[in-house]
Write a protein of this length. Structure first.
Length: 349
């Protein structure tokens, strides 16, 4: 396994990170433990979770993912061997989204951040998190598939400075070692860095955003922050919810697969994304590569990526995903990817 620095934290994290959002929904506790055992045996040390998990978010399952990780930590006694990352939910401003966490009052203020962190630590059975991330901004932004800035008027939001001040107290108390953001924008990253520098507040070490062959929006603005400010990308949905494996081609819906079970993930399965996926899969097969390896190795080779957060519902999938760390794409593959991207730029942002 290869390792990269987590921003300016001094921590080394595995190039492949273990995503966990299916645990408690598609995976049992025993399967979660099995995945953790296997991942660590393969050199993975970054484990990423969230108070909201599993996904789809439901009141009756919320927190199970962290609970499963906690029982694994308690039984294996390997807390020192992992870089443990979790995320606090932001405010629910879309009436279509569930509001069961803290009765929907999930603003990034002192009361909610404190309640969220204490609950996560209890479920995870640990005294501290190596990385605590804001799952999405307190303000409305063009994220989760939105194509334009929403220009919301009169919106009440918690100031970034206030949020960082609370996170600073967590760091001082020893409950959190480092902080990061997720589903954030270039403006947001700039603001977090500005307040950290001007007021001595915690500096974000990472940003967890969607990044895949179907969504390369990160490259156009945020990657520059990664280079100049050491805010590395923790790339989520690198397989675009499994689309880039090729298993959904021609309208196929395999039994038990996420797009078969849940209708809410159309962000990755629109006609434009399907057309692009067909070309990426054809390119991989022409070069005698696994479509999964083509998609993941492309992410792994980007200099602004700190860790590629893979997720799996079976050990076979997990093995194939981790094996991508040993794949180096030939120039022919990179040229083919560039040509497809020019024809189908970001069909699933």
């Amino acid at each position: 396994m290869k390792y990269r620095k987590l921003g300016r934290s001094g921590l080394d994290v595995s190039l492949i990170g273990l995503g966990t959002m299916t645990w408690g929904e598609q995976n049992t506790e025993a399967e979660a433990h099995e995945q953790l055992d296997y991942a660590l045996a393969r050199g993975i040390n970054l484990i990423d979770t969230a108070e909201m998990y599993p996904v789809p978010p439901l009141a009756q399952t919320q927190g199970l993912t962290e609970t499963y990780i906690g029982t694994w930590l308690a039984s294996r006694k390997r807390r020192q061997d992992v870089v443990l990352a979790s995320k606090v939910a932001g405010p629910v401003r879309d009436p279509k989204r569930p509001g069961h966490i803290r009765d929907g009052k999930t603003f990034l203020d002192r009361k909610n951040l404190t309640a969220a962190l204490d609950a996560s630590l209890k479920r995870l059975q640990t005294d501290y998190l190596d990385l605590y991330q804001l799952h999405w901004p307190d303000r409305t932004t063009a994220t989760f598939g939105k194509l334009a800035y929403p220009w919301t008027e009169g919106e009440q939001t918690v100031a970034i400075e206030e949020t960082l001040s609370v996170l600073q107290d967590f760091v001082r108390e020893g409950k959190v070692r480092h902080v990061g953001v997720s589903n954030e924008t270039p403006w947001g990253v700039a603001q977090f860095l500005k307040h950290a520098e001007n007021q001595g507040l915690p500096r974000i070490v990472s940003i967890q955003n969607a990044y895949s062959l179907l969504n390369r929006v990160f490259e156009s603005g945020l990657s520059e922050f990664s280079r100049h400010e050491d805010v590395g990308l923790l790339a989520y949905s690198p397989l675009a919810m499994g689309m880039l494996c090729g298993k959904y081609l021609d309208g196929a819906r395999p039994e038990g697969a996420r797009l078969t079970r849940y209708e809410r993930f159309t962000r990755y399965s629109n006609p434009q994304a399907e057309a692009a996926t067909a070309e990426y899969v054809a390119l991989a097969r022409r070069l005698d590569l696994s479509p999964t390896h083509l998609a993941l190795a492309f992410i792994n080779q980007q200099p602004f990526v700190t860790s590629n957060l893979i997720g799996a519902t079976s050990l076979a999938q997990l093995k194939e995903n981790i094996d991508s760390a040993e794949v180096t794409l030939p120039q022919e593959a990179l040229d083919g990817i560039a040509q497809i991207h020019a024809r189908h730029p970001n069909p699933a942002p």
